[in-house]
Design a protein around this ligand. Structure first.
Ligand SMILES: *[C@@H]1O[C@H](CO)[C@@H](O)[C@H](O)[C@H]1NC(C)=O
Ligand SMILES: *[C@@H]1O[C@H](CO)[C@@H](O)[C@H](O)[C@H]1NC(C)=O
Ligand SMILES: *[C@@H]1O[C@H](CO)[C@@H](O)[C@H](O)[C@H]1NC(C)=O
Ligand SMILES: *[C@@H]1O[C@H](CO)[C@@H](O)[C@H](O)[C@H]1NC(C)=O
Ligand SMILES: *[C@@H]1O[C@H](CO)[C@@H](O)[C@H](O)[C@H]1NC(C)=O
Ligand SMILES: *[C@@H]1O[C@H](CO)[C@@H](O)[C@H](O)[C@H]1NC(C)=O
Ligand SMILES: *[C@@H]1O[C@H](CO)[C@@H](O)[C@H](O)[C@H]1NC(C)=O
Length: 722
């Protein structure tokens, strides 16, 4: 089931940690895939392809064995993937032309209502023709090209700038909506057998399709953010995981193919070192070609400093709720109703016997295993056609499904999100679950009825989802991550008819539209918004589009990690069209930043950066649309940062600064008024932030707002102690 991905995280974390540790050990005979990254292209494709063979022959002292090199990057940057021992990899590291060598790893994949919730109106302005010129590259599990959401009725010819191909494998046909397809790794075509890639692509750019629902739940018109935009498919993932070397291939192609926006709903469970982060590397080359990359923040929340999306040039997206919530009512024999959480497309179970795992055993298991419903502990005849109650959702689902139970009731610590399960089920808050279990113990022959799910209004939305990964930024402590939040809970979008909606083996249902949750779902919303903004402003650079989306976002009313859970706030597509002022960042700024932090800039950007010749640029002084200050716990601090804003609004305008400061922080802006005489004019200002640093893990939030009376340009200012 889709939530396994979320719940398995602690195990996967351990796995990755021990796996990296193992890499430090001398395992000289073990061959594995290494990515040998060689920076920017040496001028011609021919040179690029010739270099790797020479290198291997020279360094490894053996002639080039076919099969040693498994991939070559030569379209947008240079490098290859080869099966090497650790010793061989180490030898390659010191070679001229080689920027970095690191092991290939596995990354995880991280509606109807959501776009209406975002736009607030169905009559948002559109530049229909310009929109059809935007190409969104989707790096994911592929796509189901026959889905109604990807029809091309009314779309004109493929944009002239498109240089890609339709090479989705046998039987994969492109059209004027899906204009390109490629696949990597072990896949045999670009088709989506998981549902994930179909869901994300249709969220970004699917056509409006009326009367969609998941078994009648969450019904309405399913649509993407830019229904006119084109989709280019890069299938780099399968079976809910992706190889880093395939992700890099996807970037290599997408950039050269001429996409405008790249969306990647995937990432590590924990932040990788920036030099080995293929999303950071690929997206940097994309940036150099004017392509903005959006990435999901991850589903490891809400733990502090866990987001794996750390590169300042990526737009990193958290997930939050929408104003439509899916619930599942449970009626007990005593006529009380308990509100459960799940996406239950089955008809109501009727009033039927219910049994707790504790009372459904063989007798050889301990009480905790019985209560959790371990499969080997539960007797089939005691649960058949009954509703099973289990303390553990993971074991419970498998056991109930495989032993013929008619339904399942479990506790959840994440009642803000609902999952599709293979049998009628309801997850109760831990409090409700406790009461329910005690009701069972006091009742003779208890019976309950699990109803089909229904939707209710959720006036608390948007709130950041409990699973959404949080900052601060592990690699760049003074750069905000995530950047923004967008809808990522209970999202209905197109799905693959080859996948089971619960992702549970044995669930034989097949649907064209499914409800999924995750930062994987919020990321394509923001890709859609970026494309929407670009359709109005085709010349805007990635940093301008990113700034427009960030400074017009609305802050959330949420405690906890605050900005480190939602960044600048909840995105607002229509406001992002007219941000007034923007914070622009050049690629050189990023190179200076990497050099200043002592990061091997060449490892990300290109060969031969001479850091010593570049002026220093601290992360807090990068012209980022938000301000983050990592300060020493409990000590006084004072920082003076500068920013430059570019006027993209009316030529004659005057902006005044206003400040909302945390009571423990003093914020001063100089100057407090900016006069612009023309569009395209830049103005510099400084912000002095002082106070006493908070305790570790605490966030002091303030904000700076520039306004000309119409436009509101907001930047959060956050001080925290790492
Ligand atoms: C091609 O796709 C169609 C529609 O999904 C399917 O029925 C057919 O079996 C496929 N053919 C091959 C060779 O995969
Ligand atoms: C949507 O479904 C309703 C009810 O089934 C039906 O009356 C209506 O005609 C459908 N609309 C479209 C466009 O299919
Ligand atoms: C946030 O915390 C403050 C102070 O502890 C409290 O007064 C407020 O009610 C909290 N807000 C929410 C939405 O939980
Ligand atoms: C890197 O720079 C050095 C000195 O500027 C130069 O000698 C060398 O050829 C350059 N290497 C490449 C691969 O450009
Ligand atoms: C934090 O403290 C360390 C050691 O006391 C000092 O070197 C460093 O400059 C301080 N950092 C800041 C941001 O004040
Ligand atoms: C902050 O820096 C700016 C630009 O360097 C300078 O003009 C300003 O006086 C400084 N402000 C403070 C309070 O140090
Ligand atoms: C900006 O401040 C000046 C002086 O306080 C004031 O006259 C003007 O109306 C303000 N403009 C806006 C847009 O708030």
């Amino acid at each position: 089931m889709w939530r396994i991905f979320m719940r398995l995280i602690p195990h996967l974390l351990l796995f990755i940690v021990s796996f990296s540790t193992a890499l430090g050990l001398p395992e000289n005979d073990d061959r594995r895939d290494y990515i040998v990254y060689m920076g920017k292209l040496p001028g011609s494709v021919e040179v690029a392809s010739a270099r790797y063979a020479d290198l291997l022959t020279q360094v490894l002292g053996r002639s080039f064995v076919p099969g040693t090199v498994t991939k070559i990057y030569k379209r947008s940057f240079n490098g290859f993937v080869a099966k090497l021992t650790k010793n061989e990899a180490d030898k390659l590291k010191g070679q001229q032309d080689v920027v970095s060598v690191f092991p290939d790893r596995i990354l995880q994949l991280h509606t109807t209502r959501s776009w209406d919730f975002l736009m607030q109106t169905k009559k948002e302005p559109r530049r229909k023709l310009a929109e059809t010129n935007i190409i969104i590259g989707v790096i994911d599990t592929g796509i189901w090209p026959e889905s109604e959401s990807f029809g091309d009725a009314g779309l004109g010819p493929v944009p002239k700038k498109w240089k890609g191909v339709c090479s989705g494998g046998q039987n994969f046909t492109c059209n004027r909506k899906i204009i390109g397809a490629r696949f990597y790794g072990s896949g045999s075509d670009a088709r989506d057998y998981e549902g994930h890639g179909t869901h994300t692509a249709s969220t970004a750019a699917g056509l409006p399709i009326q009367n969609t629902s998941f078994y009648g739940i969450a019904g309405g018109t399913a649509r993407g953010g830019v229904p006119g935009a084109r989709i280019a498919v890069y299938k780099a993932c399968g079976l809910a995981q992706c190889e880093t070397s395939d992700i890099l291939s996807a970037f290599d192609d997408a950039i050269a193919d001429g996409v405008d926006i790249i969306t990647a709903s995937l990432g590590s469970q924990i932040p990788p070192p920036i030099e080995e982060d293929v999303l950071a590397i690929g997206s940097f080359h994309a940036l150099a070609k004017g392509i903005l990359t959006t990435q999901s923040a991850g589903n490891s929340g809400p733990t502090w400093q866990i987001t794996a999306s750390t590169a300042p040039w990526i737009l990193s997206v958290a997930a939050s709720t929408i104003d439509r919530k899916i619930i599942t009512k449970v009626l007990t024999g005593s006529k009380t109703t308990v509100v459960g959480h799940s996406v239950n497309g089955f008809r109501s179970t009727g009033n039927i016997p219910v049994v707790y795992g504790k009372d459904a055993g063989h007798g050889t298991c301990d009480e905790a295993s019985l209560k959790s419903c371990l499969q080997e502990c539960v007797a089939r005849e005691k649960v058949l056609k009954k509703i099973l109650v289990c303390d553990d959702v993971q074991y419970g689902t498998d056991t109930a499904f495989n032993k013929g139970a008619a339904g399942l009731i479990v506790p959840t610590t994440e009642p803000d999100v609902a999952f599709v399960e293979p049998i009628p089920s309801a997850a109760l808050t831990t409090g409700d679950y406790g009461n329910f279990v005690s009701y069972l113990s006091k009742t003779r022959a208890p019976k309950v009825n699990i109803l089909k799910s229904e939707t209710v209004d959720d006036p608390t939305a948007p709130l950041v989802a409990s699973f959404s990964s949080s900052g601060p930024n592990f690699n760049f402590p003074d750069v905000m991550k995530p950047d923004v939040t967008a809808p990522g809970v209970d999202i209905l979008a197109a799905f693959s008819p080859q996948a089971s909606p619960s992702n549970e083996f044995g669930d034989t249902r097949r649907v064209s539209y499914n409800v999924l949750s995750g930062t994987s779902m919020s990321c394509p919303h923001v890709a859609g918004i970026a494309a929407y903004v670009k359709s109005f402003h085709p010349t805007w650079s990635p940093s301008i589009i990113k700034s427009a989306i960030m400074t017009t976002a609305r802050p959330l009313h949420q405690n906890g990690s605050k900005e480190f859970s939602y960044g600048s706030g909840h995105v607002d597509p229509t406001k992002a069209l007219a941000p007034g002022l923007v914070y622009e960042i050049t690629n050189d700024d990023y190179v200076k930043l990497l050099c200043t932090l002592g990061i091997n800039a060449a490892a990300i950007t290109r060969k031969n950066v001479s850091c010593s010749k570049l002026p220093k640029l601290n992360a807090r002084d990068v012209n980022y649309p938000s301000v983050v200050l990592a300060v020493n716990a409990s000590q006084p601090f004072s920082f003076n940062v500068t920013r430059t804003v570019l006027n993209v609004g009316p030529s004659h305008s005057t902006y005044n600064a206003s400040i909302v400061a945390h009571p423990g922080v003093k914020v001063a802006v100089f100057p407090r008024t900016l006069h612009f005489m023309s569009s395209g004019e830049k103005k510099k200002f400084s912000v002095t932030v002082s106070g006493v640093a908070p305790r570790q893990g605490e966030v002091l939030s303030s904000s700076l707002i520039w306004s000309d009376g119409g436009h509101v340009v907001r930047s959060p200012i956050v001080a925290y102690s790492p």
